[in-house]
Write a protein that binds this ligand. Structure first.
Ligand code: NI
Length: 137
């Protein structure tokens, strides 16, 4: 079994109050579990940014009436076809589309793809969800 270490943390009172409120809403049983999750998440993110094989999802929200934008997004995804596993397209309303792009591959390539998509003119919002392939965690 993994050895458990106790350690003290100094932090502003109002930050800790907000943190306690947040973890209560998220049903964390203890502060230790919540802090442990935050640390693990941070380690996974750094692991991601170092490179190696990882998985994740890129989300895009945009107006599909901008045809040149749709073409550009398709071109970019074809340029990175080796890391795009699947794309889910949802017609949110008359104008707006949500695209969820599942990716797997080298972390640096995924970050590059995400940045290219995000910076495309006309994208209303883009986010990247990073996770592990599960082999190292
Ligand atoms: Ni659509």
């Amino acid at each position: 079994m993994e050895e458990i270490i106790r350690f003290g943390v100094s932090i502003e009172k109002n930050v800790l109050n907000k943190f306690d409120e947040m973890i209560k809403k998220e049903n964390y049983p203890t502060r230790s579990k919540a802090i442990g999750d935050l640390i693990r998440e941070s380690l996974i993110k750094r692991e991601w940014l170092k490179g190696g094989e990882v998985t994740g999802a890129i989300t895009l929200v945009y107006n599909h009436h901008r045809r040149e934008l749709v073409d550009k997004l398709t071109d970019i995804q074809h340029d990175y076809h080796n890391i795009v596993i699947s794309t889910l397209h949802i017609h949110l309303d008359y104008d707006n589309c949500l695209e969820i792009i599942a990716v797997k591959g080298n972390a640096k390539d995924i970050v590059k793809l995400s940045n290219l998509l995000k910076s495309t003119k006309g994208i209303k919002h883009s986010s990247m969800i990073v996770t592990t392939t599960g082999k190292e965690v």
